[in-house]
Design a binder for this molecule. Structure first.
Ligand code: NAD
Length: 495
């Protein structure tokens, strides 16, 4: 344990040790061995970080910066991330076991968010309103909120943090970021780049540690104005309740049980690839996992046969190897949860057609691997079809009509995303209207962009990230009234 690097947290521009004097291990999911020591933050560190962020918010070094200069900082940060993308991707893969091929892709794409919101920083405009009161000039200002608490999960650690940090900073807020306890090393390496880009001390702070010890004091801190959270829906509900006590602004990006719907008029080969990519890419550890494949009954047998054939070819192994297609599960408890759901599905009467067990392949080493798993005979109300597994487990559900497909797809508490595979333009449009989800993909799956809003319907979340409008989640509107007539009307009645 003593050979592992002991990391420090970023507070007020200083790299500091935790007040508790305690660290915890970050474990590499491929080797199942500890590889870094993470500072175990607590309330005292949160208080320091919020104080630093609060002071930075009011400090001229940040507040008096022109919006254009703020944008230039974000753009400089984007250049630094581009230069460090390879190194950061490798850290992420070592920390969370996701494929290096995917993490490199994300790291190379992340700078676009900082460039996009950097460009938006000096286009945040108020309006002059043609007010109905004579003698009054009325205009609005769009102002930052203050200190934003960003709380992020482990599955795409830097991408999901970027979705919060880029608009929050472009809008002029300051940030205290609590990364997941399972993916803190990349967050701390990322933190160094803010310094190098020239952000004033305290504008971005990072406190590592656990949800109850760091997350809760952060959410409930009096000087935190907004919570931007990504994680599971149960945690999200708890975060929402805590935030409500302080009447804080909240955005929540939560889980899903997304349906990938294949009609009999679809290009089957493309649809098979789309369903595989929806569930086995990222080992199913993605909020947008297409964990339910709804298949039109006329093509059911043919589709399942082709799907099994392709899924069987998935190469498992070292996530740092560019040729690996399915990596390990990130944490031991998540690994156990996935195996538990497989057991539940079997008990519920679903038929396991592929996988359904821990991987015993030599290339998987001692890591936490689960075989890509496919169930048929799944009924829409089974737990395996209702609850988020967050692993490589696919439920296949047949349907006969468009109405039935819509009913099944919308029949969960979630609404993050849905896929539709069809060559009919009518179907594409009607399904995209009828499906209750924040993102609809037609003849594609798992596409995101800095330009397009992302977020959930129902229990999948509140608010949107990415796209122009997402910056409004980090702004508040002030209405300014100026009397230009100089004659005060009756002071005893409302003007
Ligand atoms: P999680 O909810 O366990 O943890 C997320 C973050 O919240 C972590 O930083 C964690 O430490 C913190 N946290 C935990 N308890 C807390 C508490 N009581 N108070 C404050 N903070 C607390 O989620 P996870 O296991 O890290 O990630 C997987 C989940 O995230 C899945 O449900 C997945 O669907 C969801 N997710 C959603 C999106 C999206 O954009 N919608 C993206 C990725 C992941």
């Amino acid at each position: 344990m003593s050979e592992l690097k002991k990391h420090r947290m970023l507070i007020g521009g200083q790299w500091i040790e935790p007040a508790s004097g305690k660290w915890f291990e970050s474990v590499n999911p491929f080797t199942a061995a500890a590889w870094a020591l993470i500072p175990r933050g607590a309330k005292a560190d949160v208080d320091r970080a919020v104080a630093a962020a609060y002071a930075a918010f009011y400090d001229d070094a940040w507040r008096k910066l022109t919006a254009t200069a703020r944008g230039a900082l974000l753009s400089r940060l984007a250049d630094l991330i581009t230069a460090e993308a390879g190194k950061l991707a490798e850290i992420e893969t070592t920390d969370n076991g996701k494929l290096i091929a995917e993490m490199r892709g994300q790291l190379n794409y992340i700078p676009q968010w900082f460039r996009y919101y950097g460009g938006l920083a000096d286009k945040i405009e108020g309006r002059v309103l043609p007010i109905d009161k004579p003698g009054i000039f009325n205009f609005t200002r769009e102002e930052p909120l203050g200190v934003v608490a960003a709380i992020t999960p482990w599955n795409s650690p830097l991408l999901l943090a970027t979705w919060k940090l880029a608009p929050a900073l472009a809008a002029g807020n300051t940030v205290v970021w609590k990364p997941s306890e399972f993916s803190s090393v990349s967050a701390l390496a990322f933190g160094e780049l803010f310094e190098r880009a020239g952000f004033p001390p305290g504008v971005v702070n990072i406190v590592t540690g656990f949800g109850a010890e760091v997350g809760e004091p952060l959410i409930t801190h009096r000087d935190v104005a907004k919570i931007a959270f990504t994680g599971g829906d149960k945690t999200g509900e708890h975060v929402y309740q805590l935030a409500a006590r302080g009447l804080k602004r909240v955005t929540l990006e939560l889980g899903g049980k997304s349906a990938n719907i294949v009609f009999d008029d679809a290009d089957i080969e493309q649809a098979v690839k789309g369903v595989v990519s929806g569930i086995f890419a990222a080992t199913g550890q993605t909020c947008i996992a297409g964990s339910r494949a709804l298949i039109h009954r006329p093509i059911l047998d043919k589709f399942v046969e082709q799907l099994l054939a392709l899924a069987k070819t998935a190469r498992m192994g070292d996530p740092l190897d560019m040729g690996t297609q399915v990596g390990p599960i990130t944490t031991r408890s998540q690994y156990e949860k996935v195996l538990d759901y497989i057991r539940i599905a079997k008990e519920e009467g679903a038929v396991c057609r592929l996988g359904g067990a821990p991987a015993q392949r030599p290339e998987c080493g001692p890591g936490w691997f689960v075989e890509p798993t496919i169930f048929t005979g799944v009924k829409p109300d089974m737990r395996i079809a209702q609850e988020e597994v967050f692993g490589p487990v696919l439920s296949i559900i047949p349907f006969d009509t468009e109405d039935e497909a819509v009913r099944i797809a919308n029949g969960t508490v979630y609404g993050l995303a849905a896929g539709v595979w069809t060559t009919s333009i009518r179907r594409a449009l009607t399904m995209s209207e009828r499906l209750e989800a924040g993102t609809i993909w037609v003849n594609t799956y798992r596409a995101v962009s800095y330009m397009s809003p992302f977020g959930g319907y129902k229990r999948s979340g509140i608010g949107r990230e990415s796209g122009i409008d997402a910056i409004r989640e980090y702004l508040q509107t002030k209405s300014v009234w100026i009397d230009i007539a100089g004659n005060a009307p009756n002071p005893f009645i409302m003007r």
